[in-house]
Design a binder for this molecule. Structure first.
Ligand SMILES: Nc1nc2c(ncn2[C@@H]2O[C@H](COP(=O)(O)OP(=O)(O)OP(=O)(O)O)[C@@H](O)[C@H]2O)c(=O)[nH]1
Ligand SMILES: C[C@H](OP(=O)(O)O)C(=O)O
Length: 208
């Protein structure tokens, strides 16, 4: 089994631009990437590949292999899956609440595919036992698409239901979850820039 993390640092996380500058977003995604790598290592994953359109931000990466592919996210991942000869877990780089326990449970599935939904219809992680028989289609409601792709190709699948694994950091309100539940460098980075406003209703983010 091996893991692949698609990653693009350049101008990353544009949906956080109302609250973070480009430079800050690029620093922040690097911290999240490193946490995801550490989580995979802690779970005992031996091979970790980062699949990126550019070497930008990965020049000094020593904890994982760096594979460059200028194609878009789906084309790059499908090229990777086509060549893979062992089960693959695709893990997005924006999951600072993901833990090694989640990874161990996801890859223990008895099904052919295990799908971890993300907020708003996305797919945060995807474990595929027969990668050469599966193709991804991220963006839009990719969670539903990935369920259909498994079903249509005769592969049974499990949906891994977890609030923490399901919390990808895309929008300012997601930073609230990171501040409440997170730990480590990504949470510390956000903690230096924002605080929580606790009143009636949902906890909100306030810029310091
Ligand atoms: N290899 C590769 N990875 C990508 C590409 N675009 C995004 N990613 C990665 O795919 C995962 C999901 O991407 P998004 O959540 O849309 O992140 P993003 O593109 O930085 O964010 P937005 O600009 O807000 O859409 C993250 O791990 C990104 O780093 C790409 O073109 N190629
Ligand atoms: C790549 C995309 O990420 P989101 O925009 O949902 O975070 C998806 O999961 O399909």
């Amino acid at each position: 089994m091996k893991a692949v993390i698609p990653y693009k640092k350049c101008s990353a996380k544009s949906r956080l631009s109302p609250v973070l500058t480009r430079e800050e977003r690029e620093e922040f995604v690097e911290l999240m990437l490193n946490q995801v790598i550490d989580t995979l290592k802690e779970a005992g994953v031996g091979t970790i590949d980062i699949l990126s359109p550019s070497i930008y931000g990965l020049e000094n990466m020593t904890k994982a292999n760096v594979l460059l592919d200028k194609n878009d996210l789906n084309e790059a991942l499908n090229g990777y899956l086509e060549q893979a000869e062992e089960p693959v877990i695709i893990v997005m780089a924006d999951l600072p609440l993901l833990s090694s326990k989640h990874i161990i449970e996801i890859v223990s599935t008895k099904k052919d595919v295990c799908i971890v939904p993300g907020k708003g219809g996305g797919t945060n992680a995807l474990y595929i036992k027969n990668p050469s028989n599966y193709r991804v289609r991220y963006y839009g409601s990719s969670f539903l698409t990935h369920c259909s792709i498994a079903a249509d190709s005769g592969q049974n699948f499990e949906i891994y239901d977890s609030f923490f694994a399901g919390t990808d950091i895309d929008e300012p309100e997601d930073l609230v979850e990171l501040l409440i539940h997170g730990k480590g460098p990504a949470k510390d980075y956000i903690n230096r820039k924002f605080k929580l406003e606790v009143s009636r209703g949902r906890v909100r983010l306030i810029t310091l």
